[in-house]
Design a protein around this ligand. Structure first.
Ligand code: MG
Length: 207
């Protein structure tokens, strides 16, 4: 069970269904006993709170990776643009301030390590085996492929790969997350563990 949430989670901007949040928490609770967890695409910190609470229960660490400049769909004129997250002085999106506020309010500053960078730059010298990776970044095929190629190899054997926003039907949503999900399955390196709403959970096979 998810412990009582330290913040009003509905006040945190973001897109995560309750059943997906529960599944993320459950898998992170098991995985973080074996190592750190990394999420890609923290935005304002909604999934970060669930993953962070699980990591904190094991005295583990959640790396929260996001350039905080918004994905394609967050840019001005796009469907999910939020003017409150636009930094006029910089002329760009900036969700980092809102993210920090939420992580502080959730009491997770000693658990969550923000990495404000793009996926490729953050992965370039990465050497820490990860117990779980949650991919919830940009929905362009290029962004999703980069996230998968950068971080799937960093998983420990037996580690968990979770991917958000899987839609079999192209009319229901973008296909890039589903493309990397299928790629992971086709690689033979992962076995499917669970599908919860639009969340897919895979486990990296033992070698
Ligand atoms: Mg998502």
């Amino acid at each position: 069970m998810i412990p009582e949430l330290p913040v009003d989670i509905d006040q945190i901007k973001g897109f995560l269904a309750a059943d997906e949040a529960q599944a993320l928490y459950d898998h992170a609770l098991q995985a973080s006993a074996r190592g750190p967890v990394l999420e890609i695409g923290s935005y304002c910190g909604k999934s970060t709170v669930y993953l962070g609470l699980a990591c904190r229960a094991n005295d583990s660490t959640l790396f929260a990776l996001d350039h905080h400049r918004g994905s394609e769909e967050h840019q001005p004129g796009e469907m999910f643009h939020d003017p409150a997250l636009f930094d006029d002085s910089a002329g760009s999106m900036d969700s980092f301030r809102e993210f920090r506020r939420n992580i502080l309010a959730a009491g997770l500053e000693q658990t969550v390590v923000p990495i404000v960078a793009g996926s490729a730059a953050a992965a370039r010298h990465w050497q820490t085996p990860l117990a779980m990776v949650f991919i919830d970044g940009g929905h362009s095929l290029a962004a999703a492929l980069t996230d998968y190629r950068c971080w799937a190899p960093q998983l420990q054997r037996g580690g968990i790969l979770a991917i958000h926003d899987l839609f079999e039907d192209a009319a229901a949503g973008g296909q890039a997350p589903y493309a990397i999900y299928r790629m992971a399955l086709a690689s033979g390196l992962f076995e499917p563990l669970a599908r919860v709403n639009s969340l897919g959970v895979l486990r990296r096979l033992q070698g």
